[in-house]
Design a protein around this ligand. Structure first.
Ligand code: F6R
Length: 604
């Protein structure tokens, strides 16, 4: 959350900064701002609202200068006002800073800075940073030393980029929040995430916690906080800018739903071995996990639902597996040791709750494996093992294509673990491998034939929407409800279908459609539960194959191809993604940037 962009180059920085902010807006969109170093000192423009509002207000003529920083904010300390927008400056406006993360000791720093005569104009924790730098400059330190001294005073998590009037330099530091350097022919970028500058370069250096960089037009120094040189090598990322654009779609979310045949094919590429009736996971050959006795999943939100999906497949294979919300893990997890494999599922690899749970698991001696989309993310550095889902950039705040790729990767991992822990393959491996081979085509069929838009329109304006499923259908029901509520702002809940009669049935009326997911596992019970709701007046929408028994009683039907239960749930999920999307489009919601949310939640 919060997006940082910085530029030091040979040409004016403003255009690439604004492009960077637009590309980073999925990280937060409460307010935005830029600061440019020009002949007259540092010029700051910032305001509450989206980047477009800032863009329309910019007077480009007055913002010439080759060095600049920008920021798009997801509020933590203080409401989204002009004053709280970044960049923040000290009282003299000689230092400008953008920051992502939380400065935990900001209150005490603010108090001592106030005592030293500093005046603050915002409610943010960030504002202490430019004041601290100024304080050290006033005490006689050189700019670089003043920056390092200020960083040394900070407790908490941060990615910070600062610039000082009169200098063609950016200073940056990272501790617990992501920061990457982009290198092009004309200079350097600093950003929270690679898509910020993907139009300009795909050569990047991922910074690590404790890194401090000093960026000048002709070079960059990578150091630790004490100033010792460190070795950081550039790598080339494989995402292209077109992938990161909206193409023919109105929203990134719609585009990303439609990208699933491709993202799934990428995820599966080279990982199915039909001849050997097995999976091939790079870095995880047979025998990799023979020391493991149990599995614990940790994740948040949609990734938690993917974890739940994987854990059901693993439990079905006889692997003792539990699933935990990452933010609850430290207070409620069962014990872990060196025979525990903790699987952290995280699209971004930067979710603070998940990273904290990963560190806790490592402290307990567990082996930590992350299933992630982002190469070089913090999760990949904290984990012992990494399994990449290769979904490509996901810009819409609501996770879609990454959920299906996570779930599929966890099914493959279930096979590897099943062999290593129980000596046997998954019970229906043969059918699963065959269906996986054609899975991208099955998803394509759902996308081509869906009736999601019509149904979304028909049921728009109901009081609540209940999603139910059993076994592998349960995480899909949870995910269907999460997607629906986050982008439509309508009330939606997901339930294990058997749980309806233990309380939620009291809420069921003709104004509460029940959307039932049928995977081929225990469908009769799901149908009974769905009928119990329908008897009480709820319209029933069945997500199941064409010739399924549920279609004979359902009020409406979202069809899926007939595949193994492990994959049926994921096809149903594509239908639910489309249902949510079209409902939100009908309500004219901010689909790619739902209110109050951000793509990458880097605070706890
Ligand atoms: C919902 C959504 C969130 C994320 C959650 C974890 O559509 O995207 O619930 O799944 O914030 O994020 P990652 O997977 O990046 O750890």
């Amino acid at each position: 959350m919060c997006g940082i962009i910085g530029r030091v180059g040979r040409d004016d920085a403003i255009e690439s900064l604004v492009t960077g902010l637009e590309n980073l807006e999925y990280r937060g969109y409460d307010s935005a701002g830029v600061a440019i170093q020009n002949g007259a000192g540092i010029k700051v423009e910032k305001r509450s609202g989206k980047v477009t509002e800032l863009k329309h207000a910019l007077d480009y003529g007055s913002l010439d200068g080759e060095v600049g920083i920008g920021h798009t904010r997801w509020s933590t300390h203080g409401p989204p006002t002009d004053e709280n927008a970044h960049p923040h400056t000290d009282s003299t406006r000689d230092v400008a800073v953008v920051h992502n993360g939380i400065i935990e000791n900001y209150a005490s720093l603010k108090e001592s800075l106030r005592a030293a005569g500093h005046t603050f104009t915002s409610d943010t924790d960030t504002e202490v940073i430019p004041h601290l730098i100024q304080q050290y400059l006033d005490e006689g330190l050189e700019p670089e030393a003043a920056f390092r001294a200020a960083i040394e005073d900070l407790e908490g998590s941060y990615a910070v980029t600062a610039m000082l009037a009169g200098e063609h330099v950016l200073y940056a530091a990272r501790q617990g929040s992501p920061l990457v350097v982009g290198l092009d022919e004309d200079g350097f970028f600093l950003a929270s995430d690679v898509p910020a500058f993907l139009e300009y370069t795909d050569d990047v250096v991922y910074l690590e916690d404790g890194d401090v960089v000093v960026v000048r037009p002709d070079g960059i120094e990578f150091t630790d906080l004490a100033g010792n040189a460190i070795d950081r090598r550039p790598e080339t990322v494989e995402w292209d800018p077109e992938q990161a654009g909206k193409g023919e779609f109105d929203h990134f979310m719609h585009k990303e739903i439609h990208e699933q045949p491709t993202s799934l094919a990428q995820a599966l590429e080279g990982r199915l071995d039909h001849d050997a009736h097995d999976v091939t996971l790079e870095h995880f050959p047979p025998g990799t996990f023979t020391d493991i006795e149990r599995v614990q999943f940790i994740a948040c939100g949609t990734s938690y639902h993917a974890g739940l999906y994987g854990s059901i497949a693993m439990n079905n294979a006889g692997i003792p597996t539990t699933t935990h919300l990452a933010n609850e893990y430290e207070v409620s997890a069962p014990p872990a040791d060196e025979h525990t494999l903790v699987i952290a599922v995280t699209q971004s690899g930067e979710t603070a709750d998940t990273l904290s749970a990963m560190r806790h698991a490592r402290d307990q001696g567990a082996r930590v494996l992350t299933v992630t989309n982002v190469v070089g993310s913090t999760a990949t550095r904290v984990a012992d093992d990494v399994l990449l889902i290769r979904a490509g950039p996901e810009i819409g705040v609501a996770a879609t294509k990454t959920f299906s790729s996570q779930a599929v990767m966890l099914l493959l991992l279930a096979q590897r673990l099943s062999q290593d822990l129980t000596g046997a393959s998954l019970a229906n491996l043969e059918a699963l491998l065959a269906d996986l081979q054609s899975f991208p085509d099955a998803v394509e069929r759902v996308l081509e034939t869906t009736d999601g838009r019509r149904l979304a329109t028909q049921y728009l304006g109901c009081q609540s929407y209940f999603f139910i499923g059993r076994g592998l259908g349960f995480p899909v029901a949870l995910e269907g409800a999460l997607k629906f509520k986050e982008i439509t702002y309508e009330h939606a809940e997901g339930f294990a279908s058997g749980e309806l009669k233990h309380g939620p049935l009291a809420l069921v009326t003709p104004d509460t459609p029940v959307i039932a997911v049928f995977t081929g596992q225990e469908d009769t019970k799901v149908l009974n539960n769905a009928e119990e709701a329908q008897t009480r007046g709820a319209p029933l929408i069945a997500v199941c194959p064409e010739d399924h028994q549920a279609t004979t009683i359902a009020d409406a039907h979202l069809p899926i191809p007939d595949v193994t239960p492990e994959l049926a749930g994921l096809l149903a999920n594509v239908q639910l993604q489309l249902l949510s999307y079209h409902a939100a489009a009908g309500l004219e919601r901010a689909i790619d940037k739902p209110r109050n949310l951000a793509k990458s939640v880097t605070v706890q």
